[in-house]
Write a protein that binds this ligand. Structure first.
Ligand code: ZN
Ligand code: ZN
Ligand code: ZN
Ligand code: ZN
Length: 448
């Protein structure tokens, strides 16, 4: 009989489901989400440490096999909040201490990985002063937190020596996943053993999504067979120039990306393109050239100067709005882009994205719709046609159109969202069942 891994894989097939080897809820959600299932709901604190909270008794019981080892440490830490990376390291140390080193995460029936199989990038980290500084501060927190007290001969620390800690830390920072909620907010950090087999590409053929703390990988292309050496997911934000993406990957994952998109000079030009001075030509213009390669209209010195100013202004404005985007700042930038930056210039797309989110924040629905619609081509081009962020953008647009009583447009966006999210999340994902379906029913109902 042919093994299942030799069968062709259709786009949208879930090729991996995995529970985390270790994970921690981000501390900012400590009092509003369950430390076990990560659900945002009314939660009750662990009566002993009063540090972590659970949504119900069954979650507390499920979590206890792990939490019992850290409960005292967290109790001792309060009122201080333990940095997320320290809490994660603490969990990894405890997990490895209690048999976790033998645990395997399977990516096929027979293919599996243990924690020690994950890349540690030991040498790179040892030579990276920023990482060493971070690790030393975490080491101090852990030593403080995990000191054993009053256990006679056992008195000492569970914290491993610096070399061992560095190898755990290295595996954490280069293999850790941000666990995302349905709106793609990062709510927790997790290590998944099986999926760590997957390499990065800026043009991935698979995508990782989450349901609670469970990781799902879906194929976003048809594949001839399930060969994990040819499955790629993206580790980074794809709405960035090849230069930025490569810097990101080098800094966080210690490798140079040589994917087809990173080595294509056209990609860099398109992402930083100016508009053609000839109003009836929609080509992307490389500002360094003398003329538009498509229609031959010359690039003036004035356009080059304006371009540099607008790019600098946009980059610094977006930099200053990393936490919160301000609609008026976005508007100033967008107005200046007109006649200078090409609509698919990545800095223009990023500004539209910020403007879209900012208008939603302040409830300016008409403006949100305007920015969101303009955002669609850029998102599709750079994030890719089968990307959760594009699906989510369509979902948000559908929701706003529905609110604005534009039922036909609402349904169109929701159907697009469904087409994409079916592939990236799967038909039975809560995002589809609990958010998308009710909106679609409502839109259909209103249209009658
Ligand atoms: Zn729970
Ligand atoms: Zn506790
Ligand atoms: Zn790349
Ligand atoms: Zn032109």
């Amino acid at each position: 009989m042919e093994s299942s891994s030799k069968l062709a894989i259709k786009r949208g097939t879930r090729i991996l489901t995995e529970k985390p080897f270790a994970y921690v809820l981000k501390s900012k959600y400590r009092l509003e989400r369950c430390d076990n299932c990560l659900e945002a709901t009314k939660v009750l604190k662990c009566s002993n440490c009063r540090y972590v909270s659970y949504c119900n008794r069954s979650c507390q019981q499920q979590a206890w096999s792990i939490h019992k080892h850290e409960c005292l440490f967290l109790k001792r830490a309060l009122p201080r909040i333990v940095p997320d990376a320290a809490r994660m390291l603490c969990r990894l140390i405890l997990r490895l201490e209690h048999g976790g080193d033998l645990e395997r995460g399977y990516y096929t029936e027979h293919g599996s990985r243990k924690f020690r199989d994950l890349m540690s990038h030991y040498a790179e980290i040892k030579n990276d002063p920023k990482r060493i500084e971070h690790l030393e501060s975490l080491h101090a927190v852990l030593t403080d937190m995990m000191a054993e007290s009053g256990k006679g001969s056992l008195t000492g620390s569970l914290v491993p020596n610096m070399n061992e800690l560095m190898s755990i830390y290295g595996r954490l920072i280069t293999n850790g996943f941000n666990i995302l909620d349905a709106e793609m907010n990062s709510i927790a950090t997790g290590i998944y053993l099986g999926v760590s087999i997957t390499d990065h590409s800026c043009q991935p053929n698979a995508v990782a999504t989450f349901e609670g703390n469970e990781l799902h990988v879906h194929a976003i292309e048809d594949l001839p067979c399930l060969d994990w050496s040819k499955i790629y997911i993206s580790y980074i934000d794809l709405l960035n120039t090849p230069e930025q993406r490569r810097a990101d990957l080098k800094e966080h994952y210690y490798f140079l990306c040589v994917c087809s998109k990173c080595i294509d000079p056209q990609e860099m030009h398109e992402m930083t393109a100016a508009v053609c001075p000839n109003g009836s030509c929609d080509a992307s213009v490389n500002i360094q050239l003398d003329k538009c390669e498509s229609c031959g209209t010359p690039v003036s010195e004035q356009l080059r100067t304006d371009y540099s100013e607008v790019m600098a202004l946009t980059q610094s404005s977006l930099d200053s709005m990393k936490e919160v985007a301000y609609l008026d700042v976005c508007k100033v930038c967008l107005a200046k882009h007109r006649g200078i930056l090409h609509p698919l210039n990545v800095w223009h797309v990023k500004t539209l994205d910020a403007a879209f989110e900012a208008s939603i924040q302040v409830g300016k629905w008409t403006e949100a719709l305007d920015y969101g619609r303009q955002l669609l081509p850029g998102f599709a081009k750079y994030h890719g046609e089968w990307n959760p962020l594009l699906g989510l953008l369509q979902l948000k647009l559908g929701k706003i159109e529905l609110y604005e009583r534009n039922y036909k447009q609402a349904l169109q966006h929701l159907q697009e969202a469904q087409r994409i999210l079916n592939v990236t999340h799967g038909r039975d994902h809560r995002l589809l069942l609990e958010q998308l379906r009710p909106l679609m029913l409502q839109a259909k109902h209103e249209m009658r």
